[in-house]
Design a binder for this molecule. Sequence first.
Ligand code: CTP
Length: 410
Amino acid sequence: MDETKAENAAAAQQKTVLVGVTGCVAAYKACELVRALQKAGMRVKVVMTEHATHFIDPLQFRALTREPVGLGLFDNPSDPIHHISLASEADVFVIAPCTANVAAKLAWGIADDLLTTTALATTAPIVIAPAMNVHMYENPATQRNLRELKARGMTIVEADAGYLACGDVGRGRLADPEAIAQAVIAAANPKRDLAGKRVLVTAGPTREPIDPVRFITNHSSGKMGYAVARAAVARGAQVTLVSGPVSLEAPAQAQVVPVETAAQMAEAVKARLAESDIVVCAAAVADARPAAPADHKLKKGRDDDALSRIDLERTEDILAYVGAHATPGQVVVGFAAETDNVVENARGKLERKKADLIVANRVGGGHTFGKDDDEVTFVTAAGAEAHPLQSKDAVADELFDAVAALGAQR
Ligand code: CTP
């Protein structure tokens, strides 16, 4: 597959969320929702009602999403049926904040603007996060409409109670954007087989100090480990991400433990091993570190000896430790980056490190680091299964399919 095709395939794997914003003081909180969804790896598009534009400028959403913002039924001349294309593009449609008026229109099937017409036209799951004055919220008409929408299969993220913009106190405040994002992620991912499970993931490179300003590291971008964390969150797991230094955003729902060195990563993993159901070692841990890092900056001239010869010592193999100490029921997954004999070497690692699954990929020879896609082979005791080039998010999702299959075989 050439690069453009691979990029298209990666984009196709990414979920598209349509965020509908209606006319409410809480409209500004939709910005936080957009960011939370983007952090979860989703592509976000926004559609606004005319009233919503009085509270927040569409430009704000255009800048955040880098996508055109849907406003009017006829505002996109290049798209003959705007609401139908938006409706079919969405994997999930979330309306947040949703006013009493829009909830009523949805309940009665009224479609008199782009947002409500799209809601009627989409077959994607719909998530509604109402926000309004407490008396409007408690009004039997609103409550009946929300019940009706729920009965039709929509997810209702109930409003919170508290101090409202109008000065009243009570239920009606828009739910926390993180809670709304969670509901969207759940709606976008019908697979929730990791609910209640604890998943520990290592990701990224490590840095092994030579002196206070220099270190040994590698090319790892951390993208695979972060995709694993995202997939686990999407499937309902409680995720801890032990991460070396990377420039990626972690899913908001994961607990991130930042580390630098292999020793710190090993310590963080050991401390959490007992409580984990699944451990995925995706980090590119340095195999060796300077045996005696200098406590001062090594200077040319004065420290020429130390600068021309750095003694190294092996670091601890974290995956091997996890494999050796895993208790029955815990699942251990490792990665293998190989330049040759990919399956054979991965099988060796599976046995030596006592892993349940090794995800093997080829490195070198044009297979460079930092890409968004990967061509991998899953190696287990049962055999090897080659997967085509696909996005790292898709690899991560299939990794948890394979973990589920391992559990079923036991
Ligand atoms: N790994 C680890 N701790 C280390 C080294 C590696 O946890 N100190 C894990 C990686 O996270 C990965 C797997 O081991 O899951 C394979 O790492 P890789 O570097 O491909 O293999 P090595 O064990 O280093 O073996 P070799 O040098 O033979 O390739």
